[in-house]
Design a protein around this ligand. Sequence first.
Ligand code: HEC
Length: 256
Amino acid sequence: MRTKIVLLAAALAATHGLASFAAVGIPGEWQHWQAEVEINNLASRQRGARNFVAYCSGCHSVKYLRYSRLAKDLDISTEQLEQFLLPPGAKASDYMTTSMPAADAATWFGIAPPDLSLITRSKGADHVYRFMKTFYVDPSTPSGVNNLALEGTAMPHVLASLQGLQTAVFRNEEHRGEGGKPVTVKAWEKFQLDVPGTLSEAEYDLFVGDLINFLQYAGEPAQVTRQKLGVWVVLFLLVFTSLAYFLKREYWRDVR
Ligand code: HEC
């Protein structure tokens, strides 16, 4: 019995631990940078929603989420919703669509900005984190920036005023190609901050983290409730198991 409880407690701890995993970035290797997802951090999700509306919703929709649902889940009052989040003319029951017509967007950027409802589920939170962190100056592109995580991206660096503008320093690496022929590959070495933004690197990390927590929530609005409910379900099962066990002992005492 005791082992059973220990096992269940371990399972409980494990599922709960999944809710927030810490960042373990390897310096110098952007491919290994990881987002610090804290889905239970309400304040972070609130900031993320505000920042999304301020910086992203001009181009991107989160079309499966209604403003009213967002307000309810994120503990945002009707007054705050109307004052800070609702676009002019929109109702609380509206979905979070973008005001930019897709056809115009495709003409302006060459590709329409995707709906971001499921982006952290389809490409992963870490990818979004690397994407938001690795814009660098590249005069050969129409927007003047390029991106390590999405080479040749059509998205301009909309957070440049916050992060600043960085150039990428590359080095040439020799690799063995087909048939053992040496090929030179351009490998990223580091970023160099040319124009500082209004945020420090740590503050920018937090800013991006808030956005990711919001997007992670938007990908499955019920997940926070689900996780909280899950804890109660496991607790109930624990209590029920012990009750059933004692009941069984009580019955079998008479049989023996
Ligand atoms: C000026 C319009 C514009 C704004 C504002 C904008 N984006 Fe984008 N975004 C785009 C376009 C265009 C693409 C498509 C890029 C591509 O596929 O090359 C895109 C793509 C993306 C992608 C998908 C990247 C991938 O790997 O496929 C993510 C994630 C993203 N944007 C996040 C954001 C976030 C977060 C914000 C707010 C901070 C934001 N965007 C603001 C235009 C915009």
